[in-house]
Design a protein around this ligand. Structure first.
Ligand code: AMP
Length: 116
């Protein structure tokens, strides 16, 4: 996978391309997925250009926790009071298509299991 500084998500962080941003702080950004797979589909990304979860190191411990708490915060903000799913696709077999770590928040319908 290519450098995470050269992806569409880095361009969104730098405001070089538009996105429907729903939350931002110093460490994270959340925006609506352009191809939603549920009535609510939001991506939470670190501003740090981590390519994928497997590239996180011990120094990213606090950032990883922050991303999960950001998921919780954003889910509350958009009213997902009946639950939601959080997905991280990691690498090729995980189905990751954008080389910048992202957490999917999916909600607004009953999710199925197992995923495809
Ligand atoms: P993944 O398959 O886990 O790598 O997910 C990448 C996600 O990024 C997909 O759900 C895409 O629909 C979404 N995506 C790609 N480009 C954009 C964009 N410009 N704005 C918002 N979401 C995007």
């Amino acid at each position: 996978m290519s450098e995470a500084t050269d992806t569409i998500f880095s361009k969104i962080i730098r405001r070089e391309i538009p996105a429907d941003i729903v939350y931002e702080d110093d460490l994270a950004l959340a925006f609506k997925d352009v191809n939603p797979q549920a009535p609510v589909h939001i991506l939470v990304i670190p501003k740090k250009p981590l390519v994928k979860l497997a590239d996180a190191e011990s120094q990213d411990h606090a950032l990883m926790g922050h991303l999960l708490l950001t998921v919780k915060r954003v889910a509350e903000q958009v009213g997902l009071s009946n639950g939601y799913r959080v997905v991280i696709n990691n690498g090729d077999d995980g189905g990751q298509t954008v080389s910048h770590l992202h957490l999917h928040i999916l909600g607004g319908r009953q999710m199925k299991w197992p995923p495809g």
